[in-house]
Design a protein around this ligand. Structure first.
Ligand SMILES: Cc1cc2nc3c(=O)[nH]c(=O)nc-3n(C[C@H](O)[C@H](O)[C@H](O)COP(=O)(O)OP(=O)(O)OC[C@H]3O[C@@H](n4cnc5c(N)ncnc54)[C@H](O)[C@@H]3O)c2cc1C
Length: 491
């Protein structure tokens, strides 16, 4: 085997890629592998985003890896702590030496005759048997950034949170944050502590819930029990509570709406206009529910350091933003917290025996492989729970699949087409703007197993840890599958 030919190539050294490598080293110690990372750092999301207040909005007992207890006191962690946790994992397991930084993957082409992927990177080609995409779900080079009339007239600074200027001083400045998602909800209280005033300008409201950033039960258990034991218990508690709450939003949306509004009313001044600013037209979890740790946003609003305006932008002017209502929002800095741009498979082009394949044209197999694309898995987390819960399970499954292929002498594993399966919805089941805009980057979820992408951790745990890896999968040896057969299989 030449130095450039590997058993497994992992793309991405973020939370998923580092976790995938740990699983691979532990469960498939004979597989050679490398991680190709387009950037020069470990951490992915948690290294890229540097805006004030950057934090998780799910708890670290479930966003952390199953095998590495989260030890810090805060359950809702800041970006640098998560970055440090990922780096520490890589160092502890000797993974850093397997990462090739500055290797942006541009294309991958599969050859059935040799059962190999040729992976084209910014630094030249490599080959591998199995391609494991841990490249996240959005474009690193571009955020979603609408343009508005008159932007050139604005005399202040316009900033997108994905590209935060390192030394931006906003002390005493008037800030307008456009958006109402997790980023805006993080930025507003964080900037309000030193800015003159921060206005969150939203077109429509978002459902929000406040929770303490520290988990009191977790901290008691951590003081009493061995770290891994305490972690397992808290993880299970949080998964169960999270799933219960999510199910309630699906089964009793009216009740959940009422409950959320009641809680908000307690956290905001008595005369606050909840109807306009905090009552969305959709049900909780139709779009992502926003977490407000320690009620920080509500405190900033109550103190007058921040405010919410629910209106639409007419145009930018020299002094700020002119709203459709006619009002002018004066600003020194405008932050466009308008979201992410979804991207499939790290933006790489995929060809199978010379034919271009798009994930959007495929069915997701167990939420991690694609119909008609051999020997390729993708780490994709939950949208209604912590990402790592599913990316950990997928890593286990990939290892089981690789071990099965070794044991049976099979070189190729292809989820075949399933003509009876009805593609019911996008694999990412949210009505949020960024998901709908990015529909072209997402595979479809079918109407029966193993082609359904679920939002159910306990179901996925059974399926991915114990379910058969042979489930409707087509296996073959190198050179025995004529290219036409793989192509036909996908049609
Ligand atoms: C601001 C923000 C906050 C979030 N908060 C939460 C949260 O609280 N809870 C939660 O569950 N999820 C959250 N998410 C989702 C988050 O992305 C996941 O938690 C998790 O970090 C995803 O890890 P990942 O390794 O799969 O992807 P990423 O973190 O996106 O890492 C992907 C890596 O792959 C590399 N890469 C991509 N394409 C290529 C290519 N073509 N070639 C080479 N390298 C490539 C990237 O450079 C990057 O290092 C958040 C996302 C954002 C943007």
């Amino acid at each position: 085997m030449s130095a450039m030919d590997l058993d497994v190539i992992i793309v991405g050294a973020g939370l998923s890629g580092i976790g995938a490598a740990v699983h691979l080293q532990q469960n498939c110690p004979n597989e050679t592998y490398a991680i190709l990372e387009g950037r020069d750092a470990i951490g992915g999301t948690w290294d890229l985003f540097r805006y004030p207040g950057i934090r998780s909005d799910s708890d670290m007992y479930t966003l952390g890896y199953r095998f590495k207890p989260w030890k810090a006191a805060k359950a809702i962690a800041d970006g640098p702590s998560i970055r440090a946790y990922i780096n520490e994992t890589a160092a502890e397991h000797g993974i850093t030496q397997h990462i090739r930084f500055g290797h942006k993957v541009i294309a991958a082409s599969w050859d059935s005759a040799t059962a190999r992927w040729t992976v084209t990177t910014s630094k030249g080609p490599l080959t591998c048997r199995f391609l494991y995409m841990c490249s996240g779900y959005y474009n690193y080079g571009q955020g979603h950034r609408p343009t508005w009339e008159g932007e050139g007239d604005f005399k202040g600074q316009i900033i997108h949170p994905q590209f935060w200027p390192e030394h931006l001083d906003y002390t005493g400045k008037r800030i307008v944050v456009i958006g109402s998602g997790a980023t805006a909800v993080t930025l507003v209280p964080a900037m309000a502590s030193t800015a003159a005033h921060v206005t969150m300008l939203q077109r429509t409201p978002t459902w929000m819930v406040s929770r303490p950033s520290s988990d009191a039960i977790a901290n008691v258990l951590k003081a009493m029990l061995p770290a891994q034991m305490a972690y397992n218990i808290v993880r299970w508690k949080n998964v169960t509570l999270g799933q219960y709450f999510y199910r309630q939003t699906r089964n009793n949306p009216g009740k959940v709406r009422e409950l959320l509004l009641k809680r908000l009313a307690k956290l905001l001044p008595a005369d606050y206009d909840l109807e306009t600013h905090f009552t969305p037209g959709y049900n909780p979890w139709d779009q992502r529910l926003c977490l407000v740790p320690d009620a920080d946003l509500f405190q900033a609003l109550s103190s007058g350091k921040a405010s919410i305006v629910t209106d639409q932008i007419d145009r930018f002017e020299a002094a700020g933003i002119r709203l459709r209502s006619g009002k002018l929002l004066e600003a020194d800095i405008i932050v466009t917290a308008t979201g992410l741009k979804l991207e499939a498979l790290g933006g790489m082009t995929v060809t199978v025996d010379g034919e271009v394949r798009r994930t959007a044209d495929s069915l997701a197999y167990k939420g991690m492989m694609f119909s008609g694309i051999p020997n390729l898995a993708q780490s994709f987390g939950y949208i209604n729970a912590s990402w790592t819960l599913r990316s950990d399970l997928i890593a286990d499954y990939v290892c089981r699949l690789l071990n099965h292929m070794r044991k049976t002498g099979m070189d190729i594993a292809t989820p075949p087409p399933a003509p009876d399966v009805v593609p019911e919805r996008l694999a990412m089941d949210l009505a949020s703007g960024y998901v709908q805009r990015g529909a072209d980057a997402l595979p479809r979820s079918g109407n029966r197993a193993p082609w359904v992408v679920t939002a159910d951790y306990k179901y996925d745990r059974r399926e991915l840890l114990e379910g058969p890896v042979t489930d409707e999968m087509t296996f073959a040896k190198a050179g025995t599958v004529a290219p036409e057969r793989v192509l036909e299989a996908a049609e």
